[in-house]
Write a protein that binds this ligand. Structure first.
Ligand code: G
Ligand code: G
Ligand code: MN
Ligand code: NA
Length: 254
C-alpha cells in the first residue's frame, strides 16, 4: 500500500521519466526508431525500473495515468527530434490492456499528437498477443481508430503468447518484435534458429517489418543480418538511455 501511495504521488509530482532504447535499421546502418521505457525517480530508493512497479500500477489501475504520462513524454521527445534534429525517430510506447480498453483511448492519442505537434507516422504503439486475442469491442474500435490516425502498431514479445495468429489478418499490425528469449537461444539451440528464420519469412510474406529484441552478441547480429531481419534492439547496440544521451548517439549515427 505504501508503494501504491508513493506511485500515486509520483504520477502527480512528475517523478516518472522516460528512457529510450535505440533500434538499428540494418539495411541503412542507421538508428531510425526507439522504444520508450518508463523509469521512476524515487525520492529515497533512487531510480526504479518498471519491473519494480508496473505490476502494482496494473493492479491498482494507476497504469492508465502512468501510461498517459509516458505517451506524452514520448511524443514530446519524438517531436523535438523531428523538429530540432538531428534526425526523426519513430518512438514506440508500450501499452497496457487497460489503456486499450478505455473508451476514447484513440482520441487521447490524437490529442497527444496534436499537443506535441508530432506527425502520427513517428508514433508506434506496442501491443501484446493477449491484447489482440481479447474479443472486446472497445479494443477493436480503438485499434481501428488508431490506424485511421496513422499511428503504427507492433506486436511485442512475439512468439510467447498462447493466441492464434488470426489477429495478424484481422488487425492493422505493421511490425513483429521477436521476443528476446528466441534471440538469446540463437546459435546454441537449432530449434530457435529455425523459429527466428520462420518468423522473419512469415512477417515479410505478410508485408510486416521484423525487429529482434535482446540482441547482445555479434553472432546474433550476424545471424539476423543474414536472415533479413529489418531492425535490431538490444544491449549490443545500446542500453535504454536518457534523451540527451540518445541525441548524442543519433548525431554520431548520421
Ligand atoms: O525497462 P525494462 O526492461 O526493465 O522494462 C521491463 C518491462 O516493463 C518491459 O516488459 C516493458 O514492456 C515494460 N514497460 C516499460 N515501460 C512501460 C510503460 O511505459 N508502460 C507499460 N505498460 N509497460 C512498460
Ligand atoms: O517487454 P519489452 O520488450 O517491452 O521489454 C523491453 C525490456 O527489455 C526493457 O526493459 C529492456 O531493458 C530489456 N532489454 C533491452 N535490451 C536487452 C538485451 O539486450 N538483453 C536483455 N536481457 N534485456 C534487454
Ligand atoms: Mn516493448
Ligand atoms: Na518485448
Amino acid at each position: 500500500l505504501q508503494l501504491e501511495n508513493q506511485l500515486r504521488k509520483a504520477i502527480d509530482e512528475q517523478q516518472l521519466m522516460v528512457h529510450f532504447q535505440p533500434k538499428l535499421h540494418l539495411a541503412s546502418d542507421r538508428i531510425r526508431s526507439a522504444e520508450a521505457l518508463v523509469r521512476w525517480q524515487h525520492p529515497i530508493r533512487g531510480i526504479m525500473m518498471p519491473g519494480d512497479f508496473i505490476s502494482i500500477a496494473e493492479e491498482t489501475g494507476l497504469i492508465v495515468a502512468l501510461g498517459e504520462q509516458v505517451l506524452n513524454a514520448a511524443c514530446a521527445q519524438a517531436s523535438r527530434w523531428c523538429h530540432q534534429g538531428p534526425a526523426s525517430v519513430v518512438v514506440s510506447v508500450n501499452l497496457s490492456v487497460q489503456q486499450l480498453r478505455q473508451e476514447g483511448f484513440a482520441s487521447r492519442v490524437r490529442q497527444a499528437l496534436e499537443r506535441h505537434n508530432l506527425p502520427a507516422r513517428l508514433l508506434e504503439l506496442e501491443l501484446t498477443e493477449s491484447m489482440l486475442a481479447e474479443h472486446s469491442e472497445a479494443i477493436v474500435d480503438n485499434i481501428n481508430a488508431l490506424q485511421a490516425l496513422g499511428v503504427s502498431l507492433s506486436v511485442d514479445d512475439f512468439g510467447t503468447g498462447y493466441s492464434s495468429l488470426a489477429y495478424l489478418k484481422r488487425f492493422p499490425i505493421s511490425t513483429l518484435k521477436i521476443d528476446r528469449a528466441f534471440i538469446a537461444a540463437l546459435n546454441d539451440a537449432p530449434g530457435d534458429d529455425a523459429i527466428v528464420r520462420a518468423v522473419i519469412a512469415m512477417a515479410h510474406s505478410l508485408s510486416l517489418q521484423v525487429v529482434a529484441e535482446g540482441v547482445e552478441t555479434e553472432a546474433q547480429l550476424q545471424f539476423l543480418k543474414e536472415n533479413g531481419c529489418d531492425d535490431v534492439q538490444g544491449y549490443l547496440i545500446s542500453r535504454p538511455i536518457d534523451a540527451e544521451t540518445f541525441t548524442t548517439l543519433l548525431e554520431q549515427s548520421q
